[in-house]
Design a protein around this ligand. Structure first.
Ligand code: SAM
Ligand code: SF4
Length: 325
């Protein structure tokens, strides 16, 4: 069987509801470069069949910035590195409500509150709950959170507050994790995902590629994600932050990025697969090709510490390629 036949056979299995084996996934991940376009096309057909034309557009609010106790080597918000990024503590609910309203007016369907800390203190958690209640009452946009490690009680409380989805990234392959973080473990991250799911929250998880990991390690992360089967996968592409240990990291090739998005789509046909941080910086076309190769979500209007495309520009890009924002 040649490579094209193999890709199409895998696609047929997906359409028939038969999960791919890990051997299939490995072979797809290593498909020769000359068949990458076939892989992308088939991933796109799966996306359209399971998810239609809609692109999930999300906006973020970094509600607590910088001075994080953890040493994740890619992160400009770690207190371990001198990155010159401003620091601030939690804003008032009123300030967040205004921004959430703006996101809704700009067409975002979800609004994610993100905090640069290991886990919320009791006091900060209460403040975040207050912010969520105010958004629910005054804006009415789907709220998501990324607040680091959670206790069972905290996860339950977020569910009560109608938080739809909890984001917590695995970041990289298990075999790479200790090289990129020493203040917590991969298992710690898996545990919070379990706590969130047990509380009835939908899951959003993924990681960052371009950290110097091998293709095999990207496959390893992909397989872990497929076991978790989250409602949403979020893939960041490293933006090297001056002052961090990865500031001089060589950029990952665009074809490697495409490979990963396409294979994730074969393994998780129904999930939202979001192109997150690094979209504008690493991709010449801001993600047009990836949105036709398996991805069906973006973050718009900037990231945690970095600017990005304006919502209007992203909406136009989505419409230009025949999809719906
Ligand atoms: N502190 C919490 C945590 O680690 O789970 C909350 C979210 S953390 C600030 C947000 C995510 O941004 C990280 O999990 C990582 O995947 C991504 N990220 C951080 N620095 C990045 C960078 N330099 N380039 C691309 N993505 C990055
Ligand atoms: Fe802290 Fe999250 Fe950044 Fe790690 S990724 S340093 S936990 S903010």
């Amino acid at each position: 069987m040649d490579s094209l036949e193999f890709i199409e056979e895998c696609q047929e299995k997906v359409f028939a509801g038969i999960g791919l084996s890990s051997d299939d996934a490995e072979k797809l991940f290593n498909i020769p470069d000359e068949n990458l376009k076939d892989l992308a096309r088939c991933a796109n057909e799966i996306t359209r069949d399971f998810n239609g034309e809609k692109v999930d557009v999300e906006q973020l609010n970094n509600i607590k910035k910088n001075a994080c106790s953890e040493d994740c080597t890619f992160c400009g918000q770690s207190a371990f590195f001198d990155t010159g990024i401003e620091t601030y503590q939690l804003p008032s609910p009123g300030e967040v409500v205004l921004k959430a309203q703006k996101a809704k007016d700009e067409g975002a369907e979800s609004y994610c509150l993100v905090a640069a800390w290991r886990e919320p203190s009791k006091k900060d958690f209460l403040k975040v709950c207050n912010i969520i209640s105010e958004i629910n009452e005054r804006v009415g946009i789907s709220v998501e959170c990324s607040l680091g490690f959670l206790t069972k009680e905290q996860a339950k409380k977020l569910k009560e507050l109608k938080v739809k989805r909890y984001n917590h990234n695995l970041e990289t392959a298990k075999s790479k994790f200790s090289e990129i973080c020493t203040t917590h473990t991969y298992e710690d991250r898996l545990e919070t995902l379990k706590i969130a799911r047990d509380a009835g929250l939908e899951l959003c998880t993924g990681g960052i590629i371009g950290l110097g990991e091998t293709r095999e390690q990207r496959l390893e992360l992909t397989m872990e994600l497929s076991r978790i089967y989250p409602e949403e996968v979020t893939i960041n592409i490293l933006v090297p932050v001056p002052g961090t240990p990865l500031e001089l990291q060589t950029p990952i090739h665009n074809s490697e990025i495409l490979r990963m998005f396409a294979v994730i789509r074969f393994l998780l046909p129904e999930s939202v697969i979001k192109i997150s941080g690094g979209r504008e910086t690493n991709l010449d076309d801001s993600g047009e090709e990836l949105l036709q190769s398996g991805a069906n979500g973006i973050i718009t209007s900037g990231y945690l510490t970095l600017g990005g495309n304006e919502a209007k520009k992203d909406r136009e890009m989505i419409e230009k390629i025949g999809l719906k924002a």
